[in-house]
Design a protein around this ligand. Sequence first.
Ligand code: FAD
Length: 425
Amino acid sequence: MSENYIDSYYTATAIGIGDPKIAVSEYRCDVCVIGAGFTGVSTALHLAESGCDVILLEANRIGWGASGRNGGQLHSGQRKGQQELERLFGRDRAHELWQLAEESKSMVKSRISKHKIDCDYKPGLLHAAYKKSDVKDFEAEVSKLQDDYNYEQVRFVTKQEMSELLGTDIYHGGVLDNGAGHLHPLNYVLGLASVAKRAGVRIFEHSPVTEFSQSEPAKIRTPEANIVADYIVFACNGYLGKLNKRLASRIMPINNFIIATEPLGEEKAAQLIRDDVAVADTKFVVDYFRLSADKRLLFGGGENYSSKFPRNIAAFVKPVMLKVYPQLKDVRIEYAWGGTLAITVNRLPCFGRIKPNILYAQGFSGQGVAMTTLAGKLVAEAVSGESERFEIMASLPSPKFPGGTLLRYPGLVAGMLYYSFRDKL
Ligand SMILES: Cc1cc2nc3c(=O)[nH]c(=O)nc-3n(C[C@H](O)[C@H](O)[C@H](O)COP(=O)(O)OP(=O)(O)OC[C@H]3O[C@@H](n4cnc5c(N)ncnc54)[C@H](O)[C@@H]3O)c2cc1C
C-alpha cells in the first residue's frame, strides 16, 4: 500500500503503510496537530500519553515529507557545535541545549526499543573533515565534549584511520560518535504513528488544513471537515506553504537529494564503510552517506533552492558520490529522490507560539531526526502548562529571512550558491 508516497528506497522497504483515513465530518478535540512527520507524530503521541484527546491532520500520508525521505542520520547535539553555542549563548544555555539534544537521541532509541519499531537502527556516526583546516576544529570540539560535557562516546580519527574506515582517502580526519547512529526514517515514523494510534490519536491523512482561526477554542478547516480544538500545533516544517505568514517568514524551504545504489553485497559494502556507521562531511552542502540494511550505499549530496527538483536526480547526485567513491562508477543507481526541509537563518530550530493556544516547532535545518522526537515532548509539556523546557528552545533567536516570504529566494539562492561554489574550489 505504497500509493501516494514518492518512489524511494524507503517506500520500497516500508513496513506498515495502512489505508489512509480522511477527515470528513465535524470533530472536537483537545489538541489538533497539523503535519504527520516526526514532529507532529511525536507531539500527538506525547499528548495522548498525557491524557489529551488528539487529532493529527496530514495533507498527504504519514511521513510523506522530510521525515520519510531523509538520510536517517541521528546526530548528537544541535546543528551548531558546543564551542559555537557557548560563544553565542554562554556556557549555561549551551549545556542546556546539549542536555536537550542528548535527551532527544535517547528518546529516539528508547521509543524504538520500547515499541519494537523495526527501523534498522545502527550505532555510530562519523564526521569527516573535507578541508584540512576542519581538523583543528574537530580536535577542539572532541576535547570540549570529553572534558566539559563528560561525553565519552566521541573520539578523534586520524586521516590514516579515516581511509581504513571509509575506503576513500579524501578526508583529512574525522570524529567518530558512537552515541549517534542511523535508521530507516520512514519505518521509524510509521512505527511511531502506529503507537500513537494505539494511544488513541485520531490520524487523518489526505486532509490538508486550509484555514484556521486564531481563537479560543480554535477552528480548523480541511476540504471535508471542521475541527474545533482547544490547542493547535503546527508541525509542517518545509511543507508549510502559505498556511501562516509569520511562521513562513522564519524558515526557508530547500530541497536535498539522495540516491541508493543496487545492493553491493557484504564484502563490497564493508570496503566502503567498514563498521557500518553513518558518515557526514563538513561541506556547506553536506555529503552524507550510509549503508542500508540490504547493503546499498545511500548517498545524499546536492541541493537546490527552487520549487522544482532536477529532472534526473540520479544524474545530479551520482557525480558527487563518485568524488568520494570513484570505484562505484559502474554501479547501478536503483532509486533517486528528494525532499524539502526547512532551514532557519542561524540553523537552530524555531519553536514558539502564534497565540497562547497555537504552538509551533519547525526549522530543524538538516538535523531533525533526533530533535523532532523531543520537540513533540516539549510541545506536549507546554500544552500541559509546563513550558520551561519549551521556552528554552523558544528563546533561541529565530530572525526572519531578509526579504520576507516574497523576496527571500533571490538573496538566499545567491548566498547558498556562493558557499556551495566554495565547496568545489
Ligand atoms: C533529503 C533530506 C535529507 C535529510 N537528512 C537528514 C539526516 O540525515 N539527519 C537529520 O537529522 N535530518 C535530516 N533531514 C532533515 C529532517 O528530515 C527534518 O528535519 C525532519 O524530518 C523534519 O520533520 P517534521 O516532522 O518537522 O517535518 P516533515 O517530515 O517535513 O513533515 C511535515 C508534514 O506536514 C505536512 N503538512 C504541511 N502542510 C500541511 C497542511 N496544511 N495540512 C496538513 N499537513 C500539512 C506535510 O505533508 C508533511 O508530511 C533531511 C531532510 C531531507 C529533505
